[in-house]
Write a protein of this length. Structure first.
Length: 203
């Protein structure tokens, strides 16, 4: 399976050994085979030949294990709710600042670029990314948003962030590449803020 091999290559870092490395290898294989929803801590532990308690010891939760397996630069399931919880009034700016600074710092080394490229070409990759963002990110952000239609708002924010990442890092639209970070944040922040706090159709 193409996606299995792609995710397996992401999993273990160079020099990773022992139980932690075995867990990452097992998680790579099972996330690719069963998706985010289908893979379980118990199943990953069995594949790695360890006790489930050891998986929790190293990684805590399944979303943290996914972040470690995919080498994501931040855990959106934790960071975004914290941004929202700090106050909704300026949450769009804070989220834009975090996203743009991370995107610019990592460049093509950002694992999200590879995941998004895979998701556009392989249904298994698209399912994995969709299930992760739905279960681990959108639901947690929605729970933190005390406004109507929180899941739609969270999904709209995600669409803006993913769209910018694709346009900037995959397509390489020159005006975006040439723009400085402050300009991108100033343009993106109000859009995210609108989705988080302004009235939407159906409210």
């Amino acid at each position: 399976m193409v996606m299995t091999e792609q995710v397996r290559r992401i999993g273990r870092r160079p020099g990773e050994s022992g139980s932690r490395g075995s867990i990452l290898d097992a998680a790579s294989a099972l996330f690719a085979e069963h998706g985010y929803e289908g893979a379980t801590i118990r199943g990953i532990a069995a594949e790695a030949g360890v006790d489930p308690a050891l998986v929790h010891h190293y990684f805590g939760t399944k979303d943290r294990l996914f972040v470690a397996t995919m080498r994501l630069p931040v855990n959106p399931a934790e960071v975004i709710p914290q941004i929202v919880a700090a106050g909704l009034d300026d949450a769009g700016h804070r989220l834009a600042t975090l996203f743009v600074s991370t995107m610019r710092e990592l460049g093509q080394a950002n694992p999200m670029v590879g995941l998004l490229k895979s998701a556009t070409a392989h249904p298994d990759a698209a399912r994995l990314l969709r299930e992760y963002f739905t279960s681990a990110v959108l639901e947690k952000v929605a729970a933190a948003l005390d406004v109507p239609q929180p899941r739609l708002r969270a999904a709209l924010c995600a669409s803006q962030l993913m769209g910018l990442l694709v346009a900037h890092q995959v397509v390489g639209l020159q005006p975006l590449v040439d723009a400085d970070a402050d300009t991108l944040v100033a343009a993106l922040g109000p859009v995210l803020q609108h989705y988080m706090s302004d009235a939407l159709p159906g409210d």
